[in-house]
Design a protein around this ligand. Structure first.
Ligand code: NAP
Length: 294
């Protein structure tokens, strides 16, 4: 019950109306007995600094930050965690003395999701489709978790090359390289890869789209991990499965980035059993939202 002791958390975004985060945090608060309410905040262009200051002044416990503000929010924070600084994006603000501290829980969230799905990174040859903000962070995660090879395929090959250069600099070896999407056919035919789909292509409502359509590509994929979660089964996932591979969507990444933020805000530890029930609650919320979209 909301009363005088209720703490508030929320998410800044624009648009923010389709967010699944309330279905994560309000469920966790109820299940862990925390007097906490989580709400969406639509932040207009140019109002981000005022929103961060206002959230601090209003004693908010924590804030998530989503598109398009994950990098823009960084100058308005008191402190930035080292992983978030390396990735160059903050999605979680935690209340600290004199201001918020910024964290990135997207990448640890993806890692926890992959562990839950039993997808191994260490020693794997990995393809990343895309070279945007998330693809860059994924490339850094793969370097840290000891993938044996990282190949970024992107429409704009220069962007993929820039990320590969950065990863190689961190790794101190030529671990990553870049290709245009059309150049996938230069990959050896007898090799099987883990492929992480990190473009926007295939997101609702353009659900039939896929960033790469040639089935020769999918023959080279043993596991496809699409970071998109709406729809729950993307065209990319269907193509992976049609060639005999395993396929996953991005809903567990969303779940675990939320769980890690919740743990940072409240000091609670969320068990795997509770994580599973929270996932069920998200699925139900997604179905209800879909009903409204159609
Ligand atoms: P971004 O920075 O805007 O990058 C978009 C990428 O998609 C770029 O590589 C872009 O290629 C490529 N792309 C866009 N339209 C394309 C098209 N028509 N054909 C070929 N390539 C195209 O986006 P982001 O922030 O990295 O997000 C990427 C994805 O991650 C989104 O789908 C988002 O939903 C997902 N995501 C999931 C979670 C989760 O919790 N599951 C969290 C965050 C993000 P160019 O470089 O050539 O433009």
């Amino acid at each position: 019950m909301i009363n005088g002791y209720t703490r508030t958390c929320g998410v800044f975004g624009n648009p923010v109306e389709h967010t699944m985060s309330p279905a994560i945090h309000n469920f966790l608060a109820e299940q862990t007995g925390q007097n906490l309410a989580y709400v969406p905040f639509h932040v207009e262009t140019g109002q981000l600094e005022a929103a961060v200051k206002g959230a601090y002044a209003l004693n908010l416990l924590g804030v998530n930050v989503t598109v398009p503000y994950k990098s823009d929010v960084m100058p308005f924070l008191k402190e930035i965690d080292s992983l978030a600084a390396q990735i160059g994006a903050v999605n979680t603000l935690v209340r600290a003395e004199g201001g918020f501290k910024g964290y990135n829980t997207d990448m640890p969230g993806l890692y926890r999701a992959m562990c839950a799905d039993k997808v191994v990174i260490e020693g794997e040859r990995v393809l990343i489709l895309g070279a945007g903000g998330v693809a860059r962070a994924v490339a850094m995660l793969l370097e840290k978790k000891k993938a044996s090879e990282i190949i970024l395929l992107n429409r704009t090959v220069e962007k993929a090359q820039a990320i590969a250069d950065e990863v190689n600099e961190i790794a101190g070896e030529r671990l990553a390289r870049a290709l245009s999407i059309a150049e996938f056919d230069t990959l050896p035919v007898n090799e099987r890869y883990l492929a992480i789909q990190a473009t926007n292509v295939g997101m609702y409502p353009k659900v039939d789209a896929c960033v790469i359509e040639d089935k020769e590509f999918f023959k080279r994929v043993h596991t496809g991990y699409d970071l998109i979660f709406n729809p729950l089964e993307t065209s990319f996932m269907q193509r992976v499965q049609a060639q005999g591979g395993r396929a996953f969507n991005g809903l567990k990444m969303l779940l675990y980035q939320g769980i890690i933020a919740y743990e940072l805000w409240t000091g609670c530890t969320v068990s795997e059993e509770l994580a599973e029930r929270t996932y069920g609650n998200m699925l139900a919320a997604m179905k209800a939202q879909h009903g409204n979209q159609e």
